[in-house]
Design a protein around this ligand. Structure first.
Ligand SMILES: Cc1ncc(COP(=O)(O)O)c(C=O)c1O
Length: 379
């Protein structure tokens, strides 16, 4: 079935000089026109009834996307703030946790846990691979008991998606809390918070949600609430308890990101209209389309093919090619912005984002431009 978003796409045949920048990075992502209009809304009293209604409507919509009945909290801040919030609310100094990392965002979360004095058992896996559920089971069995497991769903730096559905029951069997960084997957890839038993899931507004940066959204399970009551790590701004107390009466402890919530209300309507399953399907189809296109350019996809991400594709930079110059030409001559590699993949890889407000035509134009710049036409 063709999604409503694909149907609305204007036919795009000209891949040079598009009207707008084709932002093919894995966030911030492009905004749909109706979201851009919604963002122009006048300010309201954040302690008045209009805000309470806005918050109620957006929280309910976000719960549907998270597929959860758990509490959902909104904090002004970026995804990294959400990762820190999850740590400080669930643990006490010295608590043992397992941090499974498959790329730079996993490493970042691991660093946060260390910075707050947790006893981190770091399980770093080679970039490009996904966490193997059996290896996780083995690690949890052989090591000392852990209170929580920190894992990234979609590793944006490598274009690999971890099989959380398979890992979740293993973590539950070990009696640990499951905390999942879903910053670059939620609202694009299937994520069944309640069925999987995810205790804290964290996302960021600027990714698949089709809204600007500036808000992190988290779901908190009953088990996570119990941990929160006992946790002794210092917290103030990120305190889940204060946020829940205020949100229950239609407010927040401090000034909320009203503008972003206007955008979110509109974006949720777009998601609802398209249908969540169709949103997942669209991302999957565009992921496949991107990978096929990369291959047709004679380029090599990075990562384990069983776990390719449907929101971001990592590509091996062709040897001997000055990728800095490629990115520059793409940007200046074609209006196409791709992402570079990160950290150890900085000079050896590049990435194509395809999440949120994205249609095949956007990827098609980016690939055609890339082919021209590299002198490798699409075959
Ligand atoms: C998987 C993942 N986790 C965390 C983050 C950090 O989010 P932010 O840049 O909003 O702090 C990102 C951002 O790219 C991400 O992709």
């Amino acid at each position: 079935m063709v999604s409503t978003l694909e149907r609305a796409a204007p036919a795009q045949t000209e891949h040079r000089r598009p009207r707008e920048i084709n932002l093919r990075i894995p966030g911030p992502t492009a905004l749909p026109p109706s979201v851009r209009r919604a963002l122009g809304g006048q300010m309201i009293n954040h302690r008045g009834p209009e805000f309470a209604a806005l918050q109620h409507e957006t929280v309910e919509g976000v719960k549907r996307v998270f597929q959860t009945k758990n509490d959902v909290l909104f904090f002004p801040g970026s995804g990294t703030g959400g990762l820190e919030a999850a740590v400080v609310n669930c643990f006490s100094p010295g608590d043992p946790v397992l941090s499974i990392t498959i790329g730079s965002f996993g490493e970042r979360w691991c660093d946060i846990a260390r910075a707050f004095g947790l006893a981190v058992d770091h399980m770093p896996l080679e970039w490009g691979t996904a966490a193997d559920p059996d290896a996780v089971r083995q690690r949890l069995k052989s090591g000392p008991p852990v209170k929580g497991v920190l894992i990234t769903h979609n590793e944006t730096s490598t274009g690999v998606t971890n099989p959380i559905a398979e890992i979740a029951p293993i973590v539950r069997d070990a009696g640990a809390l499951l905390l999942v960084d879903a910053v670059s997957s939620m609202a694009a890839l299937p994520f069944d918070t309640d069925a999987w038993g995810v205790d804290v899931a964290i996302t960021g507004s600027q990714k698949a949600w089709m809204i600007p940066p500036g808000m992190t959204m988290l779901s908190v399970s009953e088990r996570a609430w119990q941990a929160t009551e006992q946790a002794k790590l210092p917290r103030s701004y990120w305190d889940f308890r204060a946020m829940r107390r205020y949100m229950e009466r239609g407010q927040t402890p401090y000034t909320p990101a009203i503008t972003i919530m206007y955008g979110l209300r509109e974006a949720l309507q777009l998601i609802e209209k398209e249908g969540l399953e169709n949103v997942f399907q669209r991302h999957h189809q565009i992921g496949e389309f991107t990978r096929r296109g990369v291959t047709r350019l004679g380029l090599e996809l990075a990562g384990d093919p069983r776990y390719y991400s449907d929101t971001v594709t990592a590509v091996v930079a062709p040897p001997g090619v000055d990728m800095k110059a490629v990115h520059k030409r793409l940007r200046e001559e074609y209006g196409v912005v791709l992402a570079t590699g990160q950290e150890q993949w900085r000079d050896t890889h590049f990435r194509i984002g395809h999440l949120g407000y994205v249609r095949r035509a956007d990827v098609q134009q980016a690939l055609a431009a890339l082919g021209e710049v590299l002198g490798r036409p699409l075959r």
